[in-house]
Design a protein around this ligand. Structure first.
Ligand code: UD1
Ligand code: CA
Length: 462
């Protein structure tokens, strides 16, 4: 059985009041349409067509990493039936079932899609509508039945007050037999409050022709929630976030305050890791087992090993922290920062494109950029790798067991050899050979009696 997917995503999303296409607004870190496309792949479709319109180029570019999508442009956007007709050329000569999805319904599960398809196939219906029973049907099309059978779908704007009381709603998701579909859709006229071509009218068209129209009702109505406003975006995001937190807790992760914990859909966290309140774990982040992530930490697209501690208010983006290491509080790891096993990074330390080797430490106030630091190195407070000469970035190498005294500057490119020492306050301009001590500060002079001669009062008397 051939399955073809069409995703409607041409609408402006007027109620969002946004310059961006609605379907690119993110839910749990991913554009809402990405969630839809991810569920769709479970049906192993032969083709997937996305109907774009408003900001079509932007949307196409945003979806360019999805393989095998065909885009068709609907301009202007005259309604959901018109949108489906725009996809017709992309499906010419195809047979089987068309599953129609909405780019703004991101919580739909693959299981529900399979149920829809199975029922559609088993009954041999011309169309199968996915519906839900809800307490507050406002804003959705209502399912009007005659007896057991679905008779038609009426949009909120066009519904009588009795119809508005119907609690069974249209999800906007359907399975259609491709045979005869487009000819039937062409008969739909824009006779409604919005003067649009409504795909929902196809139900009545099919029923009048005596064709089979079936329904499948989702058990969890949240799944088919559509996003039309910022408010609904927040509501759906909250549900998705809660689902993710529940999933992780069920797998052995402690989340102290799920209400303030933001974990994107693709993030992985190992068992026995403790996540304190107010943490954001984003993008493709993976966190190992038995870690502790403290309040106010944000981790984006990063790899964290096992038994890692990230203390309060660290920002970690595109970085990696190996087993047993400890970072923070107030550390900034970015752009390929690579903290190796049992290394320690303390407060107000920034690492960029830098390897901090196993067991090495940088505990206070440092900038380490474009540096390769070996094992068991001590980086003193206030150390700076001067990696930028105004034109290009240069590398610093600090070999195993070296000791960099506080308030030192390493003017790159430069190498500090194995076991070498750099004295406090040294400006390192040339390589330091292994085993030697580098000092650059001049000799200290004390001018005795200077304070009294200047007539200054000793501060301690105040
Ligand atoms: C639609 C259904 C409604 C259903 C609801 C479920 C119709 C007429 N109504 O209403 O019965 O309860 O979805 O969420 O179908 N789109 C296009 N081109 C267009 C118009 C819309 O591609 O010309 C796309 C939109 O980008 C969106 C989807 O179709 O992804 C649904 O459109 P929207 O305007 O949100 O329809 P609703 O009013 O929510
Ligand atoms: Ca909608």
């Amino acid at each position: 059985m051939n399955v073809h997917i069409v995703v409607l995503a041409a609408g402006k999303g007027t109620r969002m009041l946004s310059a961006r296409p609605k379907v690119l607004h993110r839910v749990a870190g991913l554009p809402m349409i990405d969630h839809v496309l991810a569920s769709a792949t479970a049906l192993q479709p032969k083709t997937t067509t996305v109907v774009v319109g408003y900001q079509a180029e932007l949307l196409k570019a945003a979806l360019s990493d999805h393989p095998g999508l065909t885009f068709v442009v609907q301009e202007p956007q005259r309604g959901t039936a018109h949108a489906l007709l725009v996809a017709e050329p992309a499906l010419r000569g195809q047979t089987g079932t068309l599953v129609l999805l909405s780019g703004d319904v991101p919580m739909l599960t693959p299981e529900t899609l399979k149920r829809l398809l199975d029922r559609h196939t088993a009954t041999g219906a011309a169309a199968t509508v996915l519906t839900a029973m809800v307490d507050r049907p406002r804003g959705y099309g209502r399912i009007v039945r005659s007896g057991e059978q679905i008779a038609r779908i009426v949009e909120e704007r066009d519904a009588s007050s009795a119809e508005r009381d119907i609690r069974e709603i249209n999800s906007g998701i359907y399975a259609f037999a491709l045979d005869g579909l487009f000819d039937a859709v062409r008969t739909i006229a824009p006779q409604n409050a919005q003067q649009e071509y409504y795909l929902t009218d196809l139900v009545a068209v099919y029923r009048q022709r005596g064709l089979g129209v079936e329904t499948v009702t989702v058990s969890n109505a949240d799944e088919i929630r559509g996003i039309n406003s910022r408010n609904e975006l927040a509501e759906v995001s909250r549900i998705v976030r809660q689902q993710k937190n529940d999933e992780l807790m069920a797998a052995g992760v402690t989340i102290e305050d799920p209400a303030t914990t933001y974990i994107d859909a693709a993030v992985q966290v190992g068992a026995d890791t403790i996540i304190r309140p107010g943490v954001s774990l984003e993008g493709r982040t993976t966190i190992g087992a038995s870690c502790e992530i403290h309040s106010g930490v944000r981790i984006v697209d990063s790899r964290i090993g096992d038994r890692v501690t990230v203390l309060n208010h660290c920002v970690v983006t595109n970085a990696s922290i190996a087993d047993g290491a400890s970072v923070g509080p107030f550390a900034h790891l970015r752009n390929e920062a690579d903290v190796r096993e049992k290394a320690r990074v303390g407060n107000f330390v920034e690492l960029k494109k830098t390897v901090l080797g196993p067991g090495s430490k940088s505990m206070h106030l440092a900038y380490l950029g474009d540096a390769t630091i070996g094992a068991n190195v001590n980086i003193g407070a206030g150390t700076i790798t001067c990696n930028y000469d105004g034109v290009k970035k240069n590398a610093t190498v600090i070999e195993d067991d070296a000791f960099i005294g506080s308030d030192s500057q390493l003017i790159a490119p430069v190498t500090v050899g194995k076991g070498a020492y750099v004295g406090s306050g040294t400006t390192v301009r040339v390589d330091v050979p292994a085993g030697s001590l580098a000092v650059s500060a001049g000799k200290q002079r004390n001018i005795e009696g200077w304070v009294e001669k200047k007539g200054k009062k000793s501060k301690t008397t105040e």
